[in-house]
Write a protein that binds this ligand. Structure first.
Ligand code: AMP
Length: 217
């Protein structure tokens, strides 16, 4: 069992936040809030928010803070968050972290912890450019490290897998640059608040998952 249940997963794209969040949330009955998944669904459904976010997501840039923060504040009100939640991909700027703190305070909640997924740039690029995702259930695979049992098809729901357009080498490099400039300052930010635990995210998930459980216990 884990004692920390209101969580932020922090780390560069490709660090494995989404993969471990899916496993943890299923096991511990937490809500998995991936801002990237929500934005991709909004874009696919052609909503107002989707239209506003599209150009940022396609180019690997950051969607404006207020749009994403409002979206997360609404999501946190949903019933499945009562037992705890993992924010995966949010906050991505110090301003978003402030907006999150305020949104949580408004509903009488606070973060129990922030987990930092540490990995080198070399492995991040390798993972991003070999990543495949399920169109339906958002399960994540990797052609090098964790391939699906049947090529191009999701093990869980049988749907076709695809490569995210922003996982191309060029856009992946841009996203890592933006991470270093805008998101990496959250590491010292949460460290100063004594909320940060670090896990070595370069290892395969059967090694990093027990490490995650340990820091949340
Ligand atoms: P992800 O699936 O977390 O890699 O996110 C995919 C894309 O969605 C990012 O490259 C951004 O364009 C956008 N996005 C996701 N989360 C955020 C956020 N917290 N702030 C701004 N943009 C975001």
């Amino acid at each position: 069992m884990i004692s920390k249940r209101n969580l932020v997963f922090l780390g560069a794209p490709g660090a494995g936040k989404g993969t471990l969040a899916q496993i943890l949330c299923q096991e511990m009955k937490l809500a998995h809030i991936s801002t990237g998944d929500i934005l991709r669904a909004e874009i696919k459904n052609g909503t107002e928010l989707g239209k506003k976010a599209q150009s940022y997501v396609t180019s690997g840039g950051l969607v404006p803070d207020d749009l994403v923060a409002d979206m997360v504040a609404k999501r946190l009100l949903e019933k499945d968050c009562q037992n705890g939640f993992v924010l995966d991909g949010f906050p991505r700027t110090v301003n978003q972290a402030d907006l999150l703190e305020k949104a949580l305070a408004k509903i009488g909640k606070k973060l129990d912890g922030v987990v930092y997924f540490e990995a080198t740039e070399e492995i991040l690029i390798k993972r991003l450019t070999a990543r495949l995702m399920c169109r339906k259930c958002n399960s994540i695979y990797n052609t090098l490290f964790t391939p699906p049992k049947n090529k191009g098809v999701c093990d869980k729901c049988g749907t076709e897998l695809f490569q995210r357009p922003d996982d191309s080498l060029e856009t992946a490099k841009d996203r890592l640059k933006i991470y270093n400039e805008q998101t990496a300052p959250l590491v010292p930010y949460y460290k100063a608040k004594k909320m940060l635990s670090t896990i070595q995210a370069e290892q395969p998930k059967d090694k990093s998952y027990p490490e995650l459980i340990k820091v949340l216990s």
